[in-house]
Write a protein that binds this ligand. Sequence first.
Ligand code: NAD
Ligand code: UFG
Length: 340
Amino acid sequence: MILVTGGTGYIGSHTVVALLDKGYEVVIIDNLSNSEESVLNGIKKITGKTPAFVKGDVKNQQTLDKLFQDYPKINAIIHFAAFKAVGESVEQPLKYYDNNVNGLIQLLKTMESHSVNKIVFSSSCTVYGQPGILPVDETAPVVKPESPYGNTKKINEEILFDAVKSGKGLKAISLRYFNPIGAHPSALIGELPIGVPNNLLPYITQTAIGIRKELKVFGNNYNTPDGTCIRDYININDLANAHVVALEYLFNQNVEYDVFNLGTGKGSSVLEVISAFEKSCNISLNYSFAPPRNGDVEKVWANPAKAKKILNWKAKISLEDTVLSAWEWENHYRKQLKNN
Ligand code: NAD
Ligand code: UFG
């Protein structure tokens, strides 16, 4: 049985679907600080299965102890639970260090006391900062990220590395995500940003549906072909599947600690994403240029060769299909809200 922390969140819910589809039993712990319990209905409709669900905080030792006692079949963990708003982390760094770092520490302590020794951790390409060489591979230097949020990822990777090296049998994988976007093809689960979205895709779909007046493109004078920033946008279902293969790698191979980039290998500019959206969804998007956003790196995209070679995983779904899935989810979600 797999324990998925943060399993009602965006990436967690898609990964739970991928796990259930593969026949794994799943228990989720989530404190619903950034997600809704109704996500479980979507998971059930898609898979025909209901994962066990515990509403609780991963920082709470009693909650975790009880969970491991109640579900003694747990033999591995995928750890998504964290706060992720980059801007908020600059304003409230302690909130981020407390939740993201203490959450992992509590989890590792509880794993040790219940003899569970496998963990897959959600890291981020933010640990590379602005890489000198692109595409960036896992041997590139890890720098101190711009934001406290990013720094929690760097620190957590170091904690995992040290905990593995202490020789108590822990096996861990850090997955460095590039930019996950899109939704499940059923449109029954997707990204649910609370308040004004920080990320590009939810801002695009909310503008297209009329909730936001216009998209501001942050910066058009970067040293890139069209002047806008470049990222590696990866489909959420491709990303979810990577967690299943990473888990199987921990189960089946003699690995102690490893890190993998999860990206497509292709960079897309903000204007290219807008144009893919307009073409796939047959919509003209209202946007204008605005000054650059503080802390944005100019360009980053992955060299995903290591994940292909070792995990036999690669991203398959195109940007066009992915932005369409985000649009279908936005429409489905708004319709649902109206009907309730
Ligand atoms: P999300 O906010 O949708 O999901 C995180 C879930 O964790 C939420 O459901 C939230 O309620 C829960 N949670 C937070 N703190 C908790 C705690 N202390 N105890 C229990 N539950 C808690 O975010 P997401 O986009 O699904 O991201 C999942 C993970 O991937 C995070 O660790 C995030 O930092 C990392 N990540 C995300 C991105 C991205 O662009 N979405 C990129 C790189 C890394
Ligand atoms: N952008 C806009 N307008 C918007 C929102 C974004 O132009 O309204 C631009 C940004 O300037 C950037 C690109 O779109 O050039 C992507 O921005 P996102 O906010 O969607 O993504 P980021 O690359 O900034 O950050 C994401 C996650 C972080 C994570 C990072 C690296 O939000 O959690 O990827 O993994 F750390």
